[in-house]
Design a protein around this ligand. Structure first.
Ligand SMILES: [Zn+2]
Length: 315
Protein backbone atom coordinates (compact mmCIF):
# COMPACT_ATOMS: atom_id res chain seq x y z
CA UNK A 1 0.00 0.00 0.00
CA UNK A 2 1.28 3.48 -0.85
CA UNK A 3 2.05 5.89 1.96
CA UNK A 4 0.65 9.36 2.22
CA UNK A 5 3.27 11.84 0.98
CA UNK A 6 4.08 14.23 3.85
CA UNK A 7 4.10 17.98 3.22
CA UNK A 8 2.27 20.42 0.98
CA UNK A 9 0.97 19.49 -2.46
CA UNK A 10 -0.75 21.48 -5.20
CA UNK A 11 -3.83 19.98 -6.81
CA UNK A 12 -4.84 21.69 -10.05
CA UNK A 13 -8.65 21.61 -9.98
CA UNK A 14 -8.93 22.48 -13.67
CA UNK A 15 -11.51 25.17 -12.84
CA UNK A 16 -11.64 27.56 -15.82
CA UNK A 17 -8.67 25.83 -17.49
CA UNK A 18 -5.22 24.50 -16.59
CA UNK A 19 -3.50 25.97 -13.51
CA UNK A 20 -6.13 28.62 -12.80
CA UNK A 21 -7.40 27.43 -9.41
CA UNK A 22 -5.59 25.22 -6.92
CA UNK A 23 -6.72 23.18 -3.95
CA UNK A 24 -3.79 22.57 -1.62
CA UNK A 25 -3.28 19.27 0.17
CA UNK A 26 -1.45 19.33 3.52
CA UNK A 27 -0.25 16.03 4.98
CA UNK A 28 1.30 15.59 8.43
CA UNK A 29 1.74 12.29 10.28
CA UNK A 30 -0.48 10.49 7.78
CA UNK A 31 -3.45 12.83 8.30
CA UNK A 32 -4.59 15.42 5.77
CA UNK A 33 -6.28 18.79 5.31
CA UNK A 34 -7.55 20.29 2.07
CA UNK A 35 -7.29 24.03 1.68
CA UNK A 36 -10.49 25.04 -0.16
CA UNK A 37 -12.99 22.70 -1.73
CA UNK A 38 -13.08 23.66 -5.42
CA UNK A 39 -16.45 23.29 -7.14
CA UNK A 40 -18.82 20.32 -7.62
CA UNK A 41 -17.29 19.98 -11.11
CA UNK A 42 -13.75 19.68 -9.70
CA UNK A 43 -14.41 17.10 -6.95
CA UNK A 44 -13.13 14.31 -9.19
CA UNK A 45 -9.87 16.19 -9.80
CA UNK A 46 -9.40 16.74 -6.05
CA UNK A 47 -9.99 13.06 -5.27
CA UNK A 48 -7.57 12.06 -8.05
CA UNK A 49 -5.07 14.47 -6.49
CA UNK A 50 -5.44 12.77 -3.10
CA UNK A 51 -4.82 9.36 -4.68
CA UNK A 52 -1.78 10.66 -6.53
CA UNK A 53 -0.22 11.61 -3.20
CA UNK A 54 -1.15 8.34 -1.53
CA UNK A 55 -3.91 9.89 0.61
CA UNK A 56 -7.17 7.99 1.11
CA UNK A 57 -10.35 10.09 1.45
CA UNK A 58 -10.79 8.77 5.01
CA UNK A 59 -7.43 10.35 5.97
CA UNK A 60 -8.78 13.84 5.31
CA UNK A 61 -9.71 15.47 8.64
CA UNK A 62 -10.34 19.03 7.45
CA UNK A 63 -11.59 21.03 4.54
CA UNK A 64 -10.50 24.58 5.38
CA UNK A 65 -12.33 27.17 3.28
CA UNK A 66 -10.31 30.37 2.75
CA UNK A 67 -13.67 31.91 1.80
CA UNK A 68 -16.95 30.79 0.28
CA UNK A 69 -16.79 32.36 -3.20
CA UNK A 70 -17.95 29.67 -5.60
CA UNK A 71 -14.52 28.79 -7.02
CA UNK A 72 -13.29 28.05 -3.47
CA UNK A 73 -16.22 26.72 -1.45
CA UNK A 74 -18.99 25.42 -3.70
CA UNK A 75 -17.58 21.88 -3.79
CA UNK A 76 -17.76 21.45 0.01
CA UNK A 77 -20.88 19.25 0.11
CA UNK A 78 -19.56 16.96 -2.63
CA UNK A 79 -16.17 16.60 -0.92
CA UNK A 80 -17.81 15.87 2.45
CA UNK A 81 -19.70 13.02 0.78
CA UNK A 82 -16.42 11.58 -0.49
CA UNK A 83 -14.37 12.12 2.71
CA UNK A 84 -16.22 10.41 5.60
CA UNK A 85 -14.08 11.83 8.44
CA UNK A 86 -13.72 15.38 7.15
CA UNK A 87 -15.21 18.49 8.73
CA UNK A 88 -15.39 21.90 7.07
CA UNK A 89 -14.16 25.02 8.87
CA UNK A 90 -14.97 28.50 7.59
CA UNK A 91 -15.19 32.11 8.80
CA UNK A 92 -18.31 32.67 10.94
CA UNK A 93 -19.68 34.97 8.20
CA UNK A 94 -18.99 32.37 5.52
CA UNK A 95 -20.47 29.32 7.23
CA UNK A 96 -24.14 30.26 6.59
CA UNK A 97 -23.46 30.40 2.83
CA UNK A 98 -22.06 26.86 2.84
CA UNK A 99 -25.21 25.62 4.58
CA UNK A 100 -27.45 27.59 2.22
CA UNK A 101 -25.65 28.48 -1.06
CA UNK A 102 -28.78 29.92 -2.68
CA UNK A 103 -27.64 33.57 -2.68
CA UNK A 104 -24.16 32.75 -3.99
CA UNK A 105 -25.68 30.63 -6.74
CA UNK A 106 -28.11 33.37 -7.76
CA UNK A 107 -25.39 36.02 -7.95
CA UNK A 108 -23.05 33.55 -9.70
CA UNK A 109 -25.65 32.99 -12.41
CA UNK A 110 -25.92 36.76 -12.89
CA UNK A 111 -22.14 37.11 -13.19
CA UNK A 112 -21.43 34.07 -15.39
CA UNK A 113 -24.76 33.49 -17.17
CA UNK A 114 -26.75 30.27 -16.67
CA UNK A 115 -24.90 28.17 -19.27
CA UNK A 116 -21.40 29.09 -18.18
CA UNK A 117 -22.42 28.68 -14.54
CA UNK A 118 -23.60 25.15 -15.30
CA UNK A 119 -20.31 24.30 -17.04
CA UNK A 120 -18.12 25.77 -14.29
CA UNK A 121 -20.00 24.66 -11.18
CA UNK A 122 -22.80 22.19 -11.89
CA UNK A 123 -25.14 21.57 -8.98
CA UNK A 124 -24.11 23.43 -5.82
CA UNK A 125 -25.61 21.58 -2.86
CA UNK A 126 -25.84 22.76 0.78
CA UNK A 127 -23.24 21.25 3.12
CA UNK A 128 -24.58 19.30 6.11
CA UNK A 129 -24.94 21.59 9.10
CA UNK A 130 -23.37 19.20 11.64
CA UNK A 131 -20.19 18.87 9.57
CA UNK A 132 -19.43 22.59 9.16
CA UNK A 133 -18.04 24.71 11.99
CA UNK A 134 -17.05 28.35 12.24
CA UNK A 135 -13.40 29.16 12.91
CA UNK A 136 -12.28 32.17 14.94
CA UNK A 137 -9.29 34.44 14.39
CA UNK A 138 -6.15 32.84 15.86
CA UNK A 139 -7.71 29.40 16.26
CA UNK A 140 -5.69 26.31 15.29
CA UNK A 141 -6.69 22.94 13.88
CA UNK A 142 -4.44 19.89 14.17
CA UNK A 143 -3.28 17.91 11.14
CA UNK A 144 -1.64 14.89 12.72
CA UNK A 145 0.54 16.53 15.38
CA UNK A 146 0.92 19.81 13.50
CA UNK A 147 -1.27 22.85 14.24
CA UNK A 148 -2.52 25.00 11.35
CA UNK A 149 -3.32 28.54 12.46
CA UNK A 150 -6.18 30.55 10.99
CA UNK A 151 -6.12 34.35 10.64
CA UNK A 152 -9.15 36.39 9.65
CA UNK A 153 -8.18 38.48 6.61
CA UNK A 154 -11.10 40.58 5.32
CA UNK A 155 -10.78 42.79 2.22
CA UNK A 156 -11.27 40.53 -0.78
CA UNK A 157 -14.40 39.46 1.09
CA UNK A 158 -15.51 40.05 4.67
CA UNK A 159 -15.41 36.33 5.41
CA UNK A 160 -11.89 35.60 4.17
CA UNK A 161 -9.28 33.68 6.21
CA UNK A 162 -5.71 32.55 5.58
CA UNK A 163 -4.18 29.39 7.02
CA UNK A 164 -0.61 29.28 8.34
CA UNK A 165 1.39 26.04 8.41
CA UNK A 166 4.53 27.03 10.30
CA UNK A 167 5.98 23.51 10.13
CA UNK A 168 5.82 23.56 6.34
CA UNK A 169 6.67 27.28 6.17
CA UNK A 170 3.65 28.13 4.03
CA UNK A 171 0.66 30.45 4.37
CA UNK A 172 -2.36 29.54 2.24
CA UNK A 173 -3.74 32.88 1.16
CA UNK A 174 -6.83 32.12 -0.95
CA UNK A 175 -7.42 35.45 -2.72
CA UNK A 176 -6.23 37.72 0.14
CA UNK A 177 -2.65 37.97 -1.17
CA UNK A 178 -3.53 38.71 -4.79
CA UNK A 179 -3.40 36.61 -7.92
CA UNK A 180 -0.83 35.92 -10.59
CA UNK A 181 -0.69 33.79 -13.77
CA UNK A 182 0.74 30.37 -12.95
CA UNK A 183 3.82 30.38 -15.14
CA UNK A 184 4.61 34.04 -15.49
CA UNK A 185 8.34 34.66 -16.02
CA UNK A 186 9.94 36.59 -13.14
CA UNK A 187 10.66 40.29 -13.51
CA UNK A 188 12.61 42.80 -11.44
CA UNK A 189 9.87 42.83 -8.78
CA UNK A 190 7.36 40.16 -7.80
CA UNK A 191 4.17 40.63 -9.82
CA UNK A 192 0.88 40.30 -7.97
CA UNK A 193 -2.53 41.73 -8.85
CA UNK A 194 -5.15 42.80 -6.35
CA UNK A 195 -8.31 40.69 -6.57
CA UNK A 196 -11.42 42.90 -6.16
CA UNK A 197 -14.50 40.98 -7.29
CA UNK A 198 -18.07 41.92 -6.36
CA UNK A 199 -19.56 42.33 -3.78
CA UNK A 200 -17.53 43.03 -0.64
CA UNK A 201 -14.14 44.34 -1.76
CA UNK A 202 -12.75 46.80 0.80
CA UNK A 203 -9.29 48.18 -0.06
CA UNK A 204 -8.43 49.41 3.45
CA UNK A 205 -9.14 46.05 5.00
CA UNK A 206 -7.32 44.35 2.12
CA UNK A 207 -4.20 46.39 2.92
CA UNK A 208 -4.39 45.47 6.62
CA UNK A 209 -4.81 41.82 5.72
CA UNK A 210 -1.76 41.90 3.44
CA UNK A 211 0.26 43.19 6.42
CA UNK A 212 -1.11 40.34 8.55
CA UNK A 213 0.00 37.83 5.93
CA UNK A 214 3.41 39.51 5.62
CA UNK A 215 3.99 39.26 9.38
CA UNK A 216 2.58 35.76 9.98
CA UNK A 217 6.04 34.23 10.40
CA UNK A 218 6.55 32.25 7.18
CA UNK A 219 8.08 33.43 3.93
CA UNK A 220 6.11 31.45 1.33
CA UNK A 221 2.55 32.17 0.20
CA UNK A 222 0.39 29.64 -1.66
CA UNK A 223 -2.12 31.49 -3.89
CA UNK A 224 -5.29 29.81 -5.10
CA UNK A 225 -4.77 31.60 -8.44
CA UNK A 226 -1.99 30.35 -8.72
CA UNK A 227 0.97 28.73 -7.04
CA UNK A 228 3.76 29.65 -4.62
CA UNK A 229 5.27 33.08 -4.01
CA UNK A 230 8.56 33.25 -2.07
CA UNK A 231 9.79 36.38 -0.32
CA UNK A 232 6.60 37.65 1.28
CA UNK A 233 7.79 41.15 2.24
CA UNK A 234 8.69 42.20 -1.31
CA UNK A 235 5.56 40.54 -2.66
CA UNK A 236 3.42 42.42 -0.09
CA UNK A 237 4.93 45.75 -1.20
CA UNK A 238 4.13 45.02 -4.83
CA UNK A 239 0.62 43.86 -4.04
CA UNK A 240 -0.16 46.88 -1.85
CA UNK A 241 0.73 49.09 -4.79
CA UNK A 242 -1.90 47.28 -6.86
CA UNK A 243 -4.51 47.57 -4.07
CA UNK A 244 -3.85 51.32 -3.73
CA UNK A 245 -4.24 51.79 -7.48
CA UNK A 246 -7.63 50.03 -7.33
CA UNK A 247 -8.66 52.14 -4.31
CA UNK A 248 -7.79 55.26 -6.33
CA UNK A 249 -10.05 54.09 -9.17
CA UNK A 250 -12.96 53.91 -6.70
CA UNK A 251 -12.09 57.40 -5.37
CA UNK A 252 -11.84 58.85 -8.87
CA UNK A 253 -15.14 57.32 -9.95
CA UNK A 254 -16.86 58.65 -6.82
CA UNK A 255 -15.50 62.13 -7.55
CA UNK A 256 -17.00 62.18 -11.06
CA UNK A 257 -20.58 62.13 -12.26
CA UNK A 258 -20.09 59.06 -14.46
CA UNK A 259 -23.61 57.58 -14.51
CA UNK A 260 -24.19 54.27 -12.74
CA UNK A 261 -24.62 52.33 -15.98
CA UNK A 262 -21.30 53.61 -17.36
CA UNK A 263 -19.31 52.68 -14.26
CA UNK A 264 -18.36 49.21 -15.51
CA UNK A 265 -16.77 50.67 -18.63
CA UNK A 266 -15.08 53.45 -16.61
CA UNK A 267 -13.60 50.94 -14.16
CA UNK A 268 -12.60 48.47 -16.86
CA UNK A 269 -10.53 51.08 -18.67
CA UNK A 270 -8.87 52.18 -15.42
CA UNK A 271 -8.17 48.63 -14.25
CA UNK A 272 -6.54 47.86 -17.60
CA UNK A 273 -4.33 50.91 -17.16
CA UNK A 274 -3.50 49.94 -13.58
CA UNK A 275 -2.54 46.45 -14.75
CA UNK A 276 -0.29 47.81 -17.50
CA UNK A 277 1.32 50.13 -14.97
CA UNK A 278 1.86 47.31 -12.47
CA UNK A 279 3.42 45.09 -15.16
CA UNK A 280 5.77 47.91 -16.16
CA UNK A 281 6.71 48.70 -12.54
CA UNK A 282 7.50 45.04 -11.87
CA UNK A 283 9.34 44.84 -15.22
CA UNK A 284 7.62 41.63 -16.21
CA UNK A 285 6.67 40.76 -19.77
CA UNK A 286 3.49 38.68 -19.90
CA UNK A 287 3.27 35.91 -22.50
CA UNK A 288 0.16 35.56 -24.72
CA UNK A 289 -1.11 32.97 -22.27
CA UNK A 290 -0.44 35.23 -19.26
CA UNK A 291 -2.36 38.01 -20.99
CA UNK A 292 -5.36 35.77 -21.62
CA UNK A 293 -5.41 34.81 -17.94
CA UNK A 294 -5.06 38.42 -16.81
CA UNK A 295 -7.92 39.59 -19.06
CA UNK A 296 -10.42 37.40 -17.20
CA UNK A 297 -9.20 38.78 -13.85
CA UNK A 298 -9.38 42.36 -15.12
CA UNK A 299 -13.07 42.00 -16.01
CA UNK A 300 -13.95 40.55 -12.61
CA UNK A 301 -11.89 43.18 -10.76
CA UNK A 302 -13.50 46.04 -12.72
CA UNK A 303 -16.98 44.69 -11.95
CA UNK A 304 -16.07 44.60 -8.24
CA UNK A 305 -14.80 48.19 -8.25
CA UNK A 306 -17.91 49.41 -10.09
CA UNK A 307 -19.99 47.64 -7.45
CA UNK A 308 -18.01 49.36 -4.70
CA UNK A 309 -18.64 52.76 -6.29
CA UNK A 310 -22.39 52.14 -6.56
CA UNK A 311 -22.44 51.03 -2.93
CA UNK A 312 -20.62 54.21 -1.82
CA UNK A 313 -22.98 56.42 -3.84
CA UNK A 314 -25.93 54.85 -2.09
CA UNK A 315 -24.44 55.00 1.41
ZN1 LIG B 1 -10.92 32.90 -6.20
Amino acid sequence: MTQAAEGVHTIDTGYGGTERAAVYLVVHDGRAALIDAGTPRTTRAVLDGLAQHGVRPDQVDWILATHVHLDHGSGAAALLDACPNARVRAHPRGRPHLLDPERLVTSGKTIFGADRFERLFGEVRPALEDRVDAIEDGETVPVGGVPLRVLHTPGHARHHVVIVDEAAGVVFTGDAFGTRPARMAPGERPFLLCSSPPTEFDPNRALESIDRVASCGVDRAALTHYGFVDGIAAAADALKRSVRAFAQIVEDACATDVPDDALDAFCLERVQKALADQLAWCAVTPSEDDQRRLRADVRMNAAGLAHAVRKRRRA
